[in-house]
Design a binder for this molecule. Sequence first.
Ligand SMILES: [Zn+2]
Ligand SMILES: [Zn+2]
Length: 337
Amino acid sequence: MSHDQTKKILSNLLGYFCMLIFFSLTTYIVYIFYSAIAPTVLEEKQYGKFLFHFIFGNWLAINIYFNYIMACFTSPGLAKDYQHLARQYPTCKKCSLNKPPRTHHCRWCNACVLRFDHHCPWLNNCVGFYNHRYFFQFCCFMSIGSFYATIFGFREFQISRLRIQLFRHIDAFYKIPDILEVLGVDGFVTFYIFILALPVACALFGMSCCHGHMISQNRTLVESLVNEKSDDSLPSNKKTRMDNWKQFLGVSTLYEFVGRNLFPSTHKPKGNGITATNYYDGNVNLLSNHDEHGSYASNIYNRISDNYLVKKYHTELSVWNKPQVLSREWRSIVQTC
Ligand SMILES: [Zn+2]
Ligand SMILES: [Zn+2]
């Protein structure tokens, strides 16, 4: 068995294990809501409270499951499926496929991924052009859901079992024997799952903020890391943060945002993942004016026969952390095209 195959099998095993943990814990919390918390709330005739938590909790659960499943099973966009649009780009050293700008080779999947962000073991999938939105929305909804489970579930679970809240977050860690005695082993496990939701919520909230910051700058995680290391800035971005968000979320208006992002939707991001947008050289946006058959950039390529210049432009494109340093010869050719 080759090294790559072993790596892929290990990555899949880890991925299935992570997926199992996600589905078990999330489904268990939903089960506790319906089997223990909801009947108690109804018994006490708190119908308003029940209705709020029924609607809000289900809305969160549906969005969490939907975005997770879509992020896991949507292809991030593999360069091998778009080679007919990418012939003008340099080839990958590892898989020899043409590699459009912002494409990176994932060593776990052994494939070149369009607008590669990172490989996520929790999804058992790469996060790239076509599933980045699902990944980001999953992080946001899961973070809200985990805070919600900790705050609401922690208290209500105790009330449903004991008719009173005995333990609080702050003292729960020091009263393990008491909790075991009062709630039994199964109650103890459930109790700590609600507590476990708090660090999960904090971690996901932090991750959502970091990704939100990168999205507003139209950067991927890998581009941010490269940029940090090289201490250079990315191409000047003439689009506003709002434009970057609209492009990422695939919406244009607030109405579309509510319908497409706050509820399950399978719409695709704008663009094709081959011709990267927001790539600027001075006043000329090289790659944003693409059509369905190709790109403004590829038209320029076709009109340039000087291999040296094309090669130089390739190099400059592929070095994503220094793209603003386009050569004088290239600049003059762009301006005359
Ligand atoms: Zn590759
Ligand atoms: Zn991958």
